[in-house]
Write a protein that binds this ligand. Sequence first.
Ligand SMILES: COc1nc(N)nc2c1ncn2[C@H]1C[C@H](O)[C@@H](COP(=O)(O)OP(=O)(O)OP(=O)(O)O)O1
Length: 211
Amino acid sequence: MGIASLPPGLEGNFIEVSSGGGSSWLAFNTKRLYTNAFIIQDDKILLGYKKRGFGVHKYNGFGGKVEQGETAVQAAARELQEEAGITAPLEHYGTFLFVTEGGPDWAFQIEIFRAEEYSGTLIETDEMRFQWFATPNVGVGIPETTVVSAAAQAVVELLPIPFDSMWESDRYWIPLLLSKRHFIGRTDFKSVGETFTLEKWWFGEIGAREW
Ligand SMILES: COc1nc(N)nc2c1ncn2[C@H]1C[C@H](O)[C@@H](COP(=O)(O)OP(=O)(O)OP(=O)(O)O)O1
């Protein structure tokens, strides 16, 4: 891994973290802005099961389209409130482009946010059913006979992040988000009806940006 030529649509200085797939990137005309927000606490991450719309039946962060007149962080905060009922001090950690063969001629530009704390009470909404999952280091090395606090036990019982029920490219950038590494990337899919297959991806680390 190292400095590599960037996929079309990305700019800046990056260190490649993960890449793969076919030989050429798909063409697109314009980009449309979307958001995706995650609450990540010591040993757990909050995801939502999408009950309707784009990405239905997948687990994901909470987010949606950036409306006219909104900044990305404002949109991310609004979507988190609408879809999970909470507010949080969101920080920007990543951006990636998502292009689809057999889909629209524009690219999703998805701005990724995370927060550790949140206010309010989590609610299930029409669009999302929230669920906590254990982050990868949870439970490792805890022998069955070890006495742990009730809080720790609750965490140990969480399921691991359900990558098989998420967008296929999430497994390449969620670890960066968990370890607070700022990243950028691109992911090209092929779609046939409702089925999306990952064709090519690239993710790299960048320095923090102002938002
Ligand atoms: C590989 O591509 C993607 N990966 C991940 N992890 N998330 C993605 C990908 N492509 C889109 N998304 C996210 C971005 C948004 O959070 C949602 C899509 O937004 P949605 O269509 O639900 O937007 P809304 O504004 O909420 O739309 P409605 O109000 O019309 O439901 O998926």
